[in-house]
Design a protein around this ligand. Structure first.
Ligand code: SF4
Ligand code: SF4
Length: 325
């Protein structure tokens, strides 16, 4: 189902969605940053740089209550919340969501994550939606509605039954415009090629330990790379006690931190920054490929933008290829 929406139609669609969903949309902050925020909480931003907050945090938030045990020992699960709708994801955002879905929903599935994902509505935003209306390539059907900005209008392709239901009643879109967008998307150069080369060099063990020492010496252990990354899935479990009982939550962890794998005995299999930095890169470019058949990095660039010392994934991959290819 292909439809065409003007700006007012788009607002009407978002308004309709927001009645039944906790809708997050691209929102402009005063400093120019764009991020996904609650619909109506700020200025809707339909073009510009990538969204800084990772969209996967809507389903795997930084801190998440898992259960409460009351003073009598009874276990209470959190009440289900409104289903989530996300609007404005680009191709890399959707690739990250697909990656995380596979991780959390592989048997034994993480039922907290899966419940949220099963009820969610996902809408991408591509076409002339990048910085200064530059072109963002189309996604790969892994969303409910693909919205593409073209000539001041929005071409809306319903991929799922849920998405198509929301598009009912809007004017039909022009299939030729969609073909043109697809052709332009196919011509885009992806940074994934660089990552594939780095992955191959790592698999062939062409990267010596001294490289990791050099990179790791720059790291200030801020954990920004992991916190920004939409495919990172590590978490720790925390119990907090109050007069009402115990709350158990999960909280994002970071493989750059010293305590990441430290055992109760004090032994730490990742006891140096060198080992941890190697692991951060190696895990996504080699271990994930061995386990899932594809890179664990979707080349979104968030860790590169977050890292204050310039050793995000794309920077390190570029250095690996430059020095060891
Ligand atoms: S570019 Fe960085 S933040 Fe983005 S997916 Fe790859 S490792 Fe994660
Ligand atoms: S963002 Fe950079 S400096 Fe901070 S922990 Fe990650 S690699 Fe180290």
């Amino acid at each position: 189902m292909l439809k065409q929406l003007n700006y007012d139609n788009l607002l009407q669609l978002l308004e309709t969605i927001s009645t039944d969903y906790a809708l997050q949309v691209p929102t402009l902050l005063a400093d120019g940053t764009r991020l996904l925020a609650n619909y109506g909480s700020g200025e809707l931003s339909l073009t510009g740089p990538p969204l800084q907050r990772k969209p996967t945090s809507a389903f795997f938030p930084q801190t998440e209550l898992l259960l409460t045990i009351d003073v009598e020992g009874q276990v209470h699960l959190p009440q289900p919340e409104k289903p989530v709708a996300l609007f404005g994801l680009d191709r890399t955002d959707l690739a990250a969501l697909t990656f995380l879905d596979r991780f959390f929903c592989a048997p034994p599935a993480d039922d907290i994550y899966q419940r949220k994902r099963d009820r969610a509505l996902i809408i991408s935003l591509t076409g002339s939606a990048g910085p200064e209306r530059s072109f963002l390539p189309l996604t790969e059907d892994n969303c409910d509605i693909e919205m593409s900005a073209v000539n001041g209008q929005y071409l809306a392709l319903g991929h799922s039954e849920l998405g198509q239901g929301f598009l009912d009643g809007f004017a039909d879109g022009d299939p030729q415009q969609l073909e043109d967008l697809r052709r332009e998307s196919a011509q885009q150069v992806s940074p994934a090629e660089l990552l594939q080369q780095a992955s191959r060099l790592l698999s062939e063990e062409r990267v010596p330990d001294r490289f990791w020492k050099e990179i790791a010496d720059k790291c200030i252990l801020c954990s920004g790379c992991n916190l920004a990354c939409p495919t990172c899935s590590c978490f720790g479990v925390q119990d907090r006690q109050s007069g009402h009982g115990t709350e158990r939550s999960r909280v994002w962890d970071s493989c750059q931190l010293d305590a990441f794998m430290r055992e109760a005995s004090g032994h730490n299999p990742l006891g140096s920054e060198q080992l941890r930095t190697r692991r951060r890169i190696h895990h996504k470019l080699v271990a994930d490929v061995e386990r899932w058949g594809e890179l664990g990095c979707v080349a979104c660039g968030r860790c590169d933008r977050a890292c204050p010392v310039g050793i995000g994934m794309l920077a390190v991959a570029e250095e690996i290829v430059r020095r060891f290819n």
